[in-house]
Design a protein around this ligand. Structure first.
Ligand code: FAD
Length: 624
C-alpha cells in the first residue's frame, strides 16, 4: 500500500546516525519519518556503553553545539565521567563517560518521541523507490510504500551482517537482531562500490562472580565534567567506579594455542577490522613481546550486574573465551552472560559520496554512519546530523551545507572519508585534524552554535545560553585587557608572592594570564582591581585558554588563510603526476591513486608533504 501521508525526509535506521539525522531534519521543520526495525532498540549501543574519549568527545560536543542529542543523553545516562589527557594541552583534552545503556537509550527515545515534525514507524525497509537516478521513498518488507523528497540510510552493521563466534556463523545485524538482507541486495544492485568490514565485541561478565578485591578501582573525576553545553551535574544519575584488570602470560598462551579456531585467523572472516580497537587475539599476535594488556572492567548500568571488559573483544569459540576470562586475576570464577563475537557487514565506499553525504549516483539519497566505513557512535552521530541537515535542505530546495576542516572535526571526518575512502573501520583521532588547536572540545559551541542557529537546528533555550556565555567571555576578555597592575599596588604585591619575584613593570591582567605560572584564578580577583571574577567555570576556562594559546591560534589561522588562497586551485582530472618535476616516486604514486580535485585536497592526502604541494603549485603555474 501507499502510506497516505507524504514526508519531506525518510531516515532508515534508528541507531546513532539515524536518530541524529531524524532529529536534525525535524528540528529544521521538515516532516520526517524514522523507519526502524525495532522501536525498543532506538539509540541502542551495540558495543561498549561509553561515549566520548579522545577525538570522539570533540565530535559529541560538535553534535551538541548543533543542537543534537548525544551529549544530553550522555549527561542523562552517564554513570562515570572523566577528562582524559587532563594534564596535556586543551587541544587533545577529551571527556569520556561510561553510560547506563538503558538510561541512555531511554533518553534518546524520549527526545525522539517529543520532537515535533517527527514520526516513528517500526518495520524493516526492504527496498528504495528509485525513479531514474533520484530516490523517491522507501518500501518496508511488508510492502508499505513511504514517499519523500530525500532518504537517509543509516543501517549500521546490519547490511548482509554475519556474526562469528569461533568457526560458527549466523546471520545477524548484531547479537539478538536480524540482518538487513533484502535492502543489502537492493543496494548491491545500484552502482555503488561495496565491500566488507568487521568489528567485534567482548564477552559480558556477571559482576556477582568477580573478585573486585583483586582489581584496581578507577573512580570518576571530581569535579565531574559534563558532556553537553546544556548539561548540568544534577542531571547525572548515581555514579559508579570502573576497575582495572590485566591479561597475563597464561591468557596469551591460551589464545595462541587456539588461534586456529579463530574465524579471523582461519580465513573465515574476510572483512578488515578496526586497527585501533583490535581483538585480544590480534593484540596477542601483533604485540607478541607484550606479556600483559590492561582491561577496563566497566559497568553496563546501575540496575544490572553485567560488566563490559574493555580490551578483550574476541571472536574465539565460547569455550576458549571462558578459559581466557578465567585466566585473569579477579575473574577466576567469572560467569560470562553473553559471548563475545565478531560481525562482518557491507559498507559503501565513501568516495562515492559528496561532502553533503549525498550519494553521487542517486540524487537525494544520503548515507550516514557505519554504512560509510566508520566505527563508533560519535562518528555515526556526527554524520547522521550532517546527512539529516542536508536531506532537509534538499527537501526545502536549499544548497548543501558542511563544515570545513578548520571549522570542525565533523569537517575533517567527512572530508577524509570522501576524498581518501577507507580500507578499515575509520575512527576519529585528534591527530587527523591539522588545525586541532582551533578545534578544541571546549570551544565547539563557539565554532558552531551560531551556524546551527542559522540552519534552524538550535532552539531558543540553547541559543540564549550560548549568547549569554559568548557575551560573558567577551566582557571578561575586555576587563582583563584593560586592567593594568602596577608592581607597587596591592595587586602587584599579591602577584609577586604568587610568582616568587616582583613584577618588572606594569602589565595588563590579560598579559599576565599568558604566563604559564599564572591561572585565571590568580589574576581574576586581586585586591583593588575593578570587577568581579567570573563564577561560571566554562567562561573562566575559555578566557584562560584564549589568553594562553592566542599566539599559536593566530599562527594556525594564518596557515589556514594561506592555504585558502590556493585551496580552490583545480588539479586536472587527467594530470600525469609522473611528469611533475621534483616529486618523489612516493608522492607521484599517492597523488596518482587519490586523484585529488584541488590543491587543498592534495595537501590532505596522508603522507603528502607541504613541499610536494608547493611543487604542484609551481608546476600548475608553469603549465597554465
Ligand atoms: P547502528 O548503531 O548499527 O544502527 C543501525 C540501525 O539501523 C539499527 O537501529 C537497526 O535496527 C536499523 N536498521 C538496519 N537496517 C534496517 C532496515 N533495513 N530497516 C529499518 N531499520 C534498519 N564501535 C566502536 O567505536 N568501538 C567498538 O569497539 C565497537 N565494537 C562493535 C562491536 C559490534 C559487535 C558492533 C555491532 C558494533 C561495534 N561498534 C563499535 C560500532 C558501533 O556500534 C557503531 O559504530 C555504531 O553503532 C554505528 O551507528 P549507526 O547508527 O551507523 O548504526
Amino acid at each position: 500500500m501507499n502510506y497516505p501521508d507524504r514526508f519531506d525526509v525518510i531516515v532508515i535506521g534508528g541507531g546513532h546516525a539515524g536518530t541524529e539525522a531524524a532529529l536534525a531534519s525535524a528540528r529544521m521543520g521538515c516532516q520526517t519519518l524514522l523507519l526502524t526495525h525495532n522501536i525498543e532498540t532506538l539509540g541502542q549501543m551495540s558495543c561498549n556503553p561509553a561515549i566520548g574519549g579522545i577525538g570522539k568527545s570533540h565530535l559529541v560536543k560538535e553534535i551538541d553545539a548543533l543542537g543534537g542529542a548525544m551529549g544530553l543523553a550522555t549527561d542523562k545516562g552517564g554513570i562515570q565521567f572523566r577528562v582524559l589527557n587532563a594534564r596535556k594541552g586543551p587541544a587533545v583534552r577529551a571527556t569520556r563517560a561510561q553510560a547506563d545503556r538503558v538510561r541512555y537509550k531511554s533518553a534518546i527515545r524520549t527526545m525522539l518521541e517529543n520532537q515535533p515534525n517527527l514520526t516513528i514507524f517500526q518495520q524493516a525497509a526492504g527496498d528504495l523507490i528509485v525513479d531514474g537516478d533520484t530516490v523517491r521513498g522507501a518500501v518496508t518488507e511488508t510492502g508499505i510504500r513511504f514517499h519523500a523528497d530525500a532518504v537517509v540510510l543509516c543501517t549500521g552493521t546490519f547490511l548482509g551482517g554475519v556474526i562469528h563466534i569461533g568457526l560458527d556463523k549466523t546471520l545477524g545485524g548484531r547479537a539478538g537482531d536480524a540482518p538487513s538482507n533484502a535492502l543489502a541486495e537492493r543496494l548491491r544492485a545500484l552502482p555503488f562500490r561495496v565491500d566488507r568490514l568487521k568489528t567485534g565485541t567482548p564477552p559480558r561478565i556477571d559482576a556477582k562472580t568477580v573478585d573486585f578485591s583483586k582489581l584496581a578501582e578507577q573512580p570518576g573525576d571530581n569535579p565531574r565534567p559534563v558532556m553537553s553545553y546544556m548539561g548540568r551535574r544534577e542531571m547525572h544519575p548515581r555514579q559508579m567506579s570502573c576497575h582495572i584488570a590485566h591479561t597475563n602470560a597464561r591468557t596469551h598462551a591460551i589464545i595462541r594455542q587456539n588461534l586456529d579456531r579463530s574465524p579471523m585467523y582461519s580465513g573465515s572472516i574476510e572483512g578488515v577490522g578496526p586497527r585501533y580497537c583490535p581483538s585480544i587475539e590480534d593484540k596477542v599476535d601483533r604485540f607478541a613481546d607484550k606479556d600483559s594488556h590492561q582491561i577496563f572492567i566497566e559497568p553496563e548500568g546501575l540496575d544490572t550486574h553485567e560488566l563490559y571488559p574493555n580490551g578483550i573483544s574476541t571472536s574465539l569459540p565460547f569455550d576458549v573465551q571462558l578459559e581466557v576470562v578465567r585466566s585473569i586475576e579477579g575473574l577466576e570464577n567469572a560467569h560470562i552472560t553473553r559471548p563475545g563475537y565478531a560481525i562482518e557487514y557491507d559498507f559503501f565506499d565513501p568516495r562515492d559520496l559528496k561532502h553533503s553525504l549525498e550519494t553521487r549516483f542517486i540524487h537525494s539519497l544520503f548515507f550516514a554512519g557505519q554504512i560509510n566505513g566508520t566505527t563508533g557512535y560519535e562518528e555515526a552521530g556526527a554524520q547522521g546530523l550532517l546527512a539529516g541537515v542536508n536531506a532537509a535542505r534538499r527537501a526545502k530546495g536549499l544548497d548543501a551545507w558542511w563544515p570545513r576542516r578548520d571549522e570542525a572535526y565533523l569537517g575533517v571526518l567527512v572530508d577524509d572519508l570522501i576524498t581518501l575512502g577507507t580500507k578499515e573501520p575509520y575512527r576519529m583521532f585528534t591527530s587527523r585534524a591539522e588545525y586541532r588547536l582551533l578545534l578544541r572540545e571546549d570551544n565547539a559551541d563557539l565554532r558552531l552554535t551560531q551556524t546551527g542557529r542559522e540552519l534552524g537546528l538550535v532552539d531558543n533555550a540553547r541559543w540564549q545560553a550560548f549568547t549569554d556565555k559568548r557575551e560573558a567571555i567577551e566582557r571578561e576578555n575586555q576587563r582583563l585587557a584593560s586592567t593594568w597592575v602596577q608592581p607597587s599596588s596591592a595587586a602587584g604585591q599579591r602577584l609577586a608572592e604568587t610568582l616568587g619575584k616582583p613584577l618588572a613593570r606594569e602589565f595588563t591582567l590579560a598579559a599576565l594570564l599568558k604566563r604559564p605560572e599564572l591561572g585565571y584564578a590568580d589574576v581574576a580577583a586581586l585586591p583593588g582591581i575593578d570587577g568581579a571574577p567570573i563564577s561560571d567555570d566554562t567562561v573562566a576556562e575559555q578566557v584562560q585558554i584564549q589568553a594562553k594559546y592566542q599566539g599559536y591560534i593566530d599562527r594556525q589561522q594564518e596557515e589556514i588563510n594561506k592555504l585558502k588562497r590556493h585551496e580552490a586551485t583545480p588539479l586536472p582530472a587527467d594530470m600525469d603526476y609522473t611528469r611533475v618535476d621534483g616529486l618523489s616516486h612516493e608522492m607521484r604514486q599517492k597523488l596518482g591513486e587519490a586523484r585529488p580535485a584541488t590543491l587543498a585536497q592534495a595537501a590532505r592526502i596522508a603522507g603528502v608533504t607541504p613541499a610536494a604541494v608547493s611543487i604542484l603549485l609551481i608546476h600548475l603555474k608553469k603549465h597554465r
